[in-house]
Design a binder for this molecule. Structure first.
Ligand code: PA5
Length: 440
């Protein structure tokens, strides 16, 4: 298995290697704090060992549920928000083509999302879509009390019951929630839904390698064993290797902290493969919620190139110099498409015909990196061999582990998210929930 590596060629003129090496002891101390569980938030470190210790029975149970529900479901509606949604969507959308849901040759159910929005129009359309198709529901909430998924589940539970009757509706719902408490836990027990547990010591944004991510990913037809293998491989590297050259998590944590301390306030995660767009959404939550507190933290932003070179490219090249970029660089596509020769050459692109689309995309990538570097934007490159389950498993673990290291280097608790409660209090007060009033 080829492993992910990080290249610093395009950051060197901004931070010399000697500066990075000086920060290594700090990163190693952060790793010790993380692994020994002696830092803040140490009751949420279950994710560190998940790839190695996840009970194989859970993986078998997931496969049993897929075998049972997938053949009778054109759609699986996955209900969840934040950490109970983004990981599954990131992996599924990385592995499937953007166009796949539009193709009619799908052997596996198409995954649709709910509970991530309160838009009335969205639910109207969703109900229209599932009216004439068979579907099942996976409802995910760790607390079991989050408003958005609760609203979506209330609507879909009723719809399922009306469409299939109460008994079959029960068989078409799987709940993933806390082992002991919460409204969803109580409903699942009462209705006797097949259920999976979110471990107490794994926070939402670190939960993709629990049933929260694994069940929807398996429902979509992807290989969760390979995903876990990739994560396990990266875990060995993150825990076992001690230098910046052989441990990409140490290097990434050191690089982003060094750049932040130099005054860079924004990190842009860049892809040249549209499938990786939701990896960026997941990464934004991971780093934004973990580091954005106590008045500190890099602002995580993302762009999809070359699309966004024709919009935000201008700002990155010549706007305020407050950012660096981290490029997800994919070496090999899984498929090939030929650019045809055209005798008339009216479009003037015959000079490209001996190149693959991937060569052209890579030239766009290198051209962009060189231009942005020239424009004062340091560029970190994360090298992925290809986009498959193993590589995505590696990437997930790399980002999670580096996030723990980076948060401790920043001297924040990377495992809490007190700030996400503020909007809820106001929303509950505005909606008249008993016990809530608007704070002046
Ligand atoms: O990372 C987090 O903790 C949050 O994004 C939660 O996952 C999100 O708020 C959903 O919470 P819950 O799973 O309790 O419904």
């Amino acid at each position: 298995m080829e492993t992910i590596s990080i290249q610093t060629k395009h950051t060197q003129q901004f931070i010399p290697n000697s500066t990075l090496q000086k920060l290594l002891p700090e990163a190693l101390t952060a790793r010790e704090t993380l692994v020994k569980g002696t830092g803040e938030g140490n009751d949420f470190l279950g994710w560190i060992d998940l790839p190695a210790t996840l009970d194989p029975q859970i993986v078998s149970d997931i496969k049993v549920q897929v075998k049972r529900l997938a053949p009778k479901s054109k759609y699986i509606v996955v209900i969840g928000i934040g950490g109970s949604y983004l990981g599954a969507r990131a992996v599924i959308e990385a592995l499937q083509s953007e166009l796949q849901p539009l193709m009619n040759c799908n052997e596996n159910p198409t995954i649709i999302y709910a509970g991530h929005t309160l838009s009335e129009d969205y639910y109207h359309q969703l109900l229209h879509l599932i009216e004439s198709a068979d579907y099942s529901v996976v409802v995910i909430s760790k607390s079991g009390t989050t408003t958005e998924p609760a609203v979506a589940f209330r609507i879909l539970k009723k719809h399922l019951e009306q469409k299939y009757g109460t008994t079959e509706a029960r068989e078409r719902i799987i709940a993933i929630t806390d082992a002991k408490k919460g409204a969803l836990h109580d409903i699942a027990q009462q209705e006797q839904y097949p259920s999976f547990v979110i471990p107490d010591n794994v926070g939402g944004r670190f939960s993709v390698l629990t049933p929260v991510g694994l069940l929807p990913i398996a429902m979509a037809g992807y290989n969760i064993d390979a995903l876990l293998d990739g994560a396990r491989k990266m875990r060995d590297i993150c825990l076992g290797n001690n230098t910046l050259e052989d441990n990409p998590a140490l290097l990434y944590a050191v690089l982003r902290n060094a750049l932040y301390r130099q005054g860079k306030k924004v990190e842009i995660l860049v892809n040249f493969e549209p499938n990786l767009k939701y990896i960026s959404e997941w990464w934004k939550q991971l780093y934004g919620e973990s580091e954005g507190k106590d008045g500190k933290g890099l602002l995580p932003h993302s762009l999809s190139f070359t699309t966004d070179l024709h919009s935000m490219g201008q700002y990155v090249q010549e706007g305020e110099r407050l950012m660096f970029e981290t490029v997800l660089s994919v070496a090999h596509p899984l498929n090939s498409v030929e650019l045809p020769f055209d005798e008339k050459n009216l479009d003037g692109i015959n000079y490209l015909i001996n190149k693959s689309l991937n060569d052209i995309n890579h030239s766009a990538e290198l051209g962009t990196i060189l231009a942005h570097e020239e424009g004062g934007v340091p560029v970190i490159q994360i090298q992925l061999n290809k986009i498959d389950e193993e590589t995505i498993g590696q990437l997930i673990y790399l980002f999670e582990f580096a996030c723990g290291l980076s948060g401790y280097m920043l001297k924040v608790n990377p495992f809490n998210q007190p700030g996400v409660e503020a909007y809820k209090k106001n929303m509950f007060a505005l909606l008249g929930k008993p016990g809530y009033s608007l704070e002046k």
